[in-house]
Design a protein around this ligand. Structure first.
Ligand code: GAL
Length: 681
């Protein structure tokens, strides 16, 4: 990990502040655009994503480009010292194109979509790729040397699939490359089941969700085909503007695409975060913990490099059943949390509310009245000033000694796998529950895939790793032998990359490493009481009391492992549930049951304490306070947010100052939703 990463926007050493701006909706109202420029200065805005849905304004007729309006916008941004994150407009195609070239529209169940909404182009159709390449080339040629051009924003939130004949042809070609022969495909897909053996490639022509390997391959193909589309979109930009980095906006754990695959096509990761602050019946701490996980996952997609919060709302959204405004302070706390997790700035959807259509009531920095004396505008402007004072954060790395594994293939295999329990499988929530013990202690965590290099970590937690890619078991074993601590849970190592069960007992190729076998599993309904009782060995390692379990109880056979807890109820009372095996210089823990949050906290938090993993602050954080560190040594900045809903105080001791004001700080008094950045005195 370098001491400092390169600036995301070359030659622009500032945290980014701004957001999606759609001047193309206001071309007949120049006074509104002028007002926007002025308000941007008031709000401390330095980066705008422009042109995301502007294809119809840029190419109103096939081949006739209208760039004058965008010239004026970019010229003015440059004059005011701001950067454009210039979008390619493929997320929404013009109506003339849908009519003239029907194959640009997606198809499902043999029916082509009408021209409507957005994000629904066919990513295979050669004509769409050609049209996208042409407009992207025109944009790159025109603005290659424009001083406002800071980065490329490819399309918008790629997602979904298309099942038109062109996509099916592409899928079959992809399968031929992947499996080589039909005989291999039949083997990989286990088609002998229900007599589904294929005798010609043309027979592979409909998705069958009972063939788990087929649906898995289809989802992989959709990710690969989207990545291929991205590569085609990017080609003219890479050729004409090699100095300009490109990204697209991800959506956290969005299930439709393997972001680890897409990330390979991008220069930096950005994502759109819309956490459920002030949730009905929940608390902000849960939301903050979940958001921290998502930030870490997105940073992990980029190999740990800084990333950008490309969209967030300054107040509320308009697409949830209920969306309350962020309460005073929450905007600052949520935004600094993102920067603490590695974001190089804070951008919004949206700069200004549009007048019509489906997002006219979505939160924005500038409301329909165009005023800057609103609470929301003032909080945004105050944050702009704060970000302006935090130049030291730019490029500062997040250094993590712990990792949580999260894989889209695992998510898909769990989701599709018809198993003993087909409700409450909750892979994402389980991954978050095992990330939280570290997050709440201020310990940096990378959320990475099974394929990531694990050598840099001291603790790896692999929740519900149902599917194991080839070579992963061996790599986990080397990690442990070299001194790492590995924690796995129920459902580990049941299927291979073709979604076929491992023979010889679960957890498959990890059986020897954990020294356990899981020949049976109970999946009790909610009214059944089951608890775990720690053994003497478990108590010595910090387990205590009794832990309720739910949903998944594996009945372990400890072949070569210490038993740390056993079941206390049902016919399998006394059966091992949590085990540990010391292997080489490391340890392999197996948690066979879905315990409560306290169990994850005692196991993962206990290990972290024993290993002495580095914390953002060397003191216990009060409940509800989160802390993240960026940078190393004397350059280290610590971001502290209070999500408790009540004031909190931290006794920092000597050696700290407020990074914004420079004032020394021995005690940090945080009001509700307060957030501060600390630097070494
Ligand atoms: C995002 C999208 C934006 C806007 C926003 C509303 O998912 O990229 O264009 O629709 O949601 O919250």
């Amino acid at each position: 990990m370098p001491a400092r990463h390169r600036n995301i926007v070359p030659g622009f050493p500032h945290l980014l502040h701004g957001g999606d701006w759609n001047p193309d909706q206001w071309l007949d109202r120049p006074e509104v655009i002028e007002q926007d420029h002025q308000l941007m200065s008031e709000a401390g805005v330095n980066a705008l994503s422009v042109g995301i849905f502007a294809w119809a304004a840029l190419e109103p007729e096939e081949g006739r480009y209208e760039f004058a309006w965008l010239d004026a916008i970019l010229d003015r941004l440059a004059k005011d010292g701001r950067k454009a994150i210039l979008a390619t407009p493929s997320g929404s195609k013009p109506a003339w194109m849908s009519l003239k070239y029907p194959e640009v529209r997606r198809m499902h169940n043999g029916v082509r979509e009408p021209h409507h909404t957005r994000h629904n182009h066919c990513y295979t159709a050669p004509v769409y790729r050609a049209k996208v390449a042409a407009i992207n080339r025109a944009l790159a040629e025109r603005y290659a040397r424009h001083p406002a051009l800071g980065a490329w924003h490819l399309s918008n939130e790629y997602g979904g699939d298309c099942q038109c004949p062109l996509c099916w042809d592409a899928f079959r070609a992809w399968l031929q490359r992947r499996h080589g022969s039909l005989a291999e495909l039949n083997r990989a897909w286990y088609t002998a089941f229900w007599g589904h053996t294929f005798s010609a490639w043309a027979e592979v022509n409909a998705l069958d969700r009972t063939m788990h390997a087929m649906t898995l391959d289809w989802r992989r193909f959709v990710s690969d085909q989207t990545a291929d589309f991205i590569r085609a979109e990017a080609a003219p930009l890479r050729r004409l503007t090699p100095q300009i980095p490109l990204t697209t906006n991800f959506m956290g754990t969005y299930p439709g695409l393997d972001y680890h695959r897409l990330a390979q096509e991008l220069d930096f990761i950005s994502w759109d975060a819309y956490p459920d602050w002030h949730p009905a019946g929940g608390d902000d701490l849960d939301t903050a913990a979940h958001t921290g996980f998502n930030h870490d996952l997105m940073r992990g997609c980029g190999g740990g490099k800084p990333w950008v919060l490309m969209e967030s709302t300054p107040s509320s959204v308009n697409w949830k059943k209920l969306s309350r405004p962020k309460q005073p302070g929450m905007h600052r706390a949520a935004s600094l949390q993102a920067v603490g997790h590695g974001s190089e700035g804070v951008l919004y959807f949206q700069w200004r509310k549009g007048r019509g259509c489906s997002e006219k009531f979505h939160g924005a920095v500038v409301d329909h009245d165009g005023r800057s004396d609103h609470r929301v505008f003032r909080e945004v402007a105050a944050l702009g000033a704060t970000l302006g004072r935090l130049g030291a954060a730019v490029g500062a790395p997040v250094v993590a000694q712990a990792a949580v594994l999260y894989d889209w293939d695992v998510a898909w295999a769990i989701d599709e796998g018809q198993m003993q329990r087909n409700c409450d499988k909750d892979y994402i929530a389980t991954a978050m529950d095992h990330h939280r013990p570290l997050w709440r202690r201020g310990i940096a965590v990378d959320v990475v895939s099974q394929r990531a290099d694990l050598a840099r970590y001291r603790l790896v937690v692999a929740p519900m790793a149902l599917l194991l890619h080839p070579g992963v078991a061996e790599r986990l074993e080397s990690f442990v032998r070299a001194g790492g601590v590995l924690v796995a849970t129920y459902l580990t190592g049941q299927v291979d990359h073709n979604d076929q069960c491992f023979l010889g007992g679960f957890p498959g190729p990890l059986r020897a490493l954990f020294g356990v076998r899981a020949p049976e599993m109970d999946t009790p309904p909610d009214h059944v009481v089951q608890t775990l009782a720690p053994t003497a060995a478990g108590t010595a390692l910090g387990l205590s009391g009794s832990y309720p379990t739910r949903h998944f109880d594996e009945l372990l056979v400890a072949e070569d492992a210490e038993v740390l807890a056993t079941y206390a109820h049902e016919w399998y009372a006394g059966t091992p549930a949590v085990t540990r095996r010391t292997v080489g210089a490391g340890e392999a823990w197996y948690i066979g049951a879905r315990g409560d949050r306290r169990l994850a906290d005692d196991v993962v938090g206990g290990i972290a304490a024993r290993l002495g993993l580095e914390r953002a602050l060397d003191l216990p954080l009060p409940e509800g306070v989160a802390a993240q560190a960026r940078g190393t040594g004397a350059d280290r900045l610590v971001f502290v947010e209070n999500f408790a809903g009540a004031p909190r105080t931290l006794a920092l001791g000597p050696g700290w100052r407020d990074a914004e004001s420079g004032a020394p700080l021995a005690e940090l008094a945080l009001a509700r939703y307060d957030a501060r950045v600390l630097a070494r005195a």
